[in-house]
Each structure stands twice: as structure tokens, then as C-alpha cells.
Design a protein around this ligand. Structure first.
Ligand code: C2E
Ligand code: CA
Ligand code: CA
Ligand code: CA
Length: 275
């Protein structure tokens, strides 16, 4: 058994080195991509399900390599965090998103994701406000999306950071609602203006009576607390109709619009398709 154990360790080392190498390479590529502006926000619309009008766009980061391949944010955001570049990347994306939002109608909200680690940055509010001030985007136009894991990591600091954002007049949305551990206690501990029901619920309620009850309860919970409710991941007309019947406030998903570069987002606005 001892011998086998030693062999396992010996076999593990090359794999570990290879992993480390890949990480170093990816970090170098990320640095280049940030420098040359290859990482850009795309914009996915969200619609008011009552008025059937565009309510805003969520900025979603896209890294398009020189070869035209897309690296998804779930692959490069963690690299930016590990490399200590997430603050810089966020500021770069945020500045660009604020500028782009200036080209939209003045009632169109910009929704922007921050990663969990950023809620332990006491200067987050100041950083965002500084950029908005420089670009000229009013705070009422901005909404910050956070996930529950952000609130668990460093709860005391996260609370302060969120309070700062709220005091500054920035709206906060709780993303991926229903997938974390402690959604319900988070709702009373923090001040949110919106919850976003995770798409896993939207895409299964039709085939599961229990899931259907859960979605109804989440909409009712949001309304009971006086916050707006968004349904994510709407792909089918039947899902849209159901959510409209439930009086869910807002909807987002491929059926309503895909993440797109700003020139297409502007075209989307002017074509003003009702849902
Ligand atoms: P998220 O905030 O929950 O964003 C929604 C994800 O679902 C996006 O994936 C979007 O493209 C996708 N989506 C939208 N509608 C549909 C639909 O109808 N069906 C399906 N199957 N998917 C849909 P994406 O762009 O790959 O982003 C993944 C995650 O990466 C985001 O999840 C967010 O947590 C994170 N992320 C994206 N951009 C940023 C960023 O700039 N900063 C930070 N910190 N995180 C980001
Ligand atoms: Ca989001
Ligand atoms: Ca989400
Ligand atoms: Ca997510």
C-alpha cells in the first residue's frame, strides 16, 4: 500500500506542474487581452413583463480571442481573481458599460455583475461612483448584481459595502436567487431592490408541479417584501406567458434577447419589439 501511495504522488507531480503552467499561461493571456481591449461587455436586455417594454440591459463580460474564439466569463473571471486583476478588470468593464449606457434612452437601467470577492473591497462604492461621475451616468441608472455567496464570505464587510452602495442611491439585485444556502435570511439582513430567480427554476416548472409551486412562492415572497422580481433564462413562449400570468415584474432570456455588443443593443432599442 505504501509503495502504491508513493507512486501516486510521483504521478501527481507532472499533472500539477502542467496545471500550474496552464494557469501561468492563462494569466499572461488575460493580461494581454485586458491591455488590448479584447474583453468587452455584451448587453442582454431585460423586459418589463407588465408594460412589455425594455427595462434595461445586463452587462456580461466577453473575451474574444484574436482567433475569434470566445472564452466564457466563468473561465476567466476566476483567473482574474487569482491573478489579483479583478479590480482592474471590473473598472475597465464598468467604465465601458457606463459609456455605452449613455447611448441608451435615459430610463434604461444598466445592470452590472460584481463577483463575490469584490464585496470585501471597502472601496467598491467609491470606485464605482468615481467612474460614474467621470462618465456622467446618474446613479439611478445603475443596478449592481450580487450572489448570495458574496454575503457569506465576509458578512460584516459585505454589509458595510452594500450599505454604502444603497446610501449612494445604487440599486442592488440578488442574483441566482434560490440556489444558495441562506436566501431567506439574506433577504431580511440586507436591503435589495430586486431578486432574480435562477433559470434552473424557470426551465423546470412546466414539468414539475413542485417547482411550479416554488416559483409562485418566490414571486409572492418578493412582492411581499416589496422588491421587484426578475425571471432569468426565459427560452419558451409558454414560460413567458406563465410568468406574465404570475405577475412576475421582469423577464430575461434568449427568447427576449441574447447578450449582444452595444451597436446591436442600440438597434434592439430602436426596433422596440414588444414581448
Ligand atoms: P449570471 O449573472 O447569472 O448571468 C446569466 C448567464 O446566463 C449569462 O451567462 C447569460 O448569457 C446566460 N443566459 C441568459 N439568458 C439565458 C437563457 O435564456 N438560457 C440560458 N441557458 N442561458 C442564458 P454568461 O454571460 O456566460 O455569464 C456567466 C456568469 O459569469 C454570470 O452569471 C455572472 O455570474 C458571471 N459574469 C458575467 N460577466 C461578469 C462580469 O463582468 N463580472 C463578474 N464579476 N461576473 C460576470
Ligand atoms: Ca447576473
Ligand atoms: Ca443569474
Ligand atoms: Ca449565475
Amino acid at each position: 500500500a505504501k509503495k502504491a501511495g508513493r507512486n501516486n504522488v510521483a504521478a501527481f507531480i507532472p499533472a500539477m506542474l502542467e496545471e500550474l503552467n496552464k494557469q501561468v499561461q492563462l494569466e499572461a493571456q488575460l493580461r494581454d487581452a485586458m491591455r488590448t481591449g479584447l474583453i468587452e461587455p455584451y448587453y442582454q436586455p431585460f423586459m418589463d413583463l407588465g408594460t412589455r417594454k425594455l427595462a434595461g440591459f445586463e452587462a456580461l463580460a466577453r473575451w474574444k480571442t484574436a482567433e475569434g474564439r470566445f472564452i466564457p466569463p466563468c473561465d476567466f473571471i476566476p483567473v482574474a481573481e487569482d491573478a489579483g486583476r479583478i479590480v482592474e478588470l471590473t473598472e475597465q468593464l464598468f467604465r465601458r458599460a457606463c459609456k455605452d449606457a449613455m447611448s441608451w434612452p435615459s430610463d434604461t437601467i444598466l445592470s452590472f455583475n460584481v463577483s463575490p470577492t469584490q464585496l470585501s473591497d471597502r472601496l467598491l462604492g467609491l470606485r464605482l461612483l468615481k467612474i460614474m461621475g467621470e462618465v456622467g451616468l446618474p446613479v439611478q441608472r445603475l443596478e449592481i448584481e450580487i450572489t448570495e455567496s458574496a454575503l457569506i464570505q465576509d458578512a460584516a464587510v459585505a454589509k458595510e459595502v452594500l450599505e454604502d452602495l444603497t446610501k449612494a442611491g445604487i440599486r442592488i439585485a440578488l442574483d441566482d436567487f434560490g440556489t444558495g444556502y441562506s436566501s431567506l435570511s439574506q433577504l431580511s439582513n440586507y436591503q435589495f431592490q430586486k431578486i432574480k430567480i435562477d433559470r434552473s427554476f424557470i426551465q423546470t416548472f412546466e414539468t414539475s408541479e413542485k417547482q411550479d409551486k416554488v416559483v409562485r412562492a418566490m414571486v409572492a415572497l418578493g412582492h411581499g417584501l416589496g422588491v421587484q422580481v426578475t425571471a432569468e433564462g426565459i427560452e419558451e413562449p409558454s414560460q413567458l406567458q406563465y410568468l406574465q400570468e404570475l405577475c412576475c415584474d421582469l423577464g430575461q432570456g434568449y427568447l427576449l434577447g441574447r447578450p449582444q455588443p452595444n451597436d446591436e443593443a442600440i438597434h434592439f432599442i430602436s426596433s422596440s419589439i414588444d414581448v
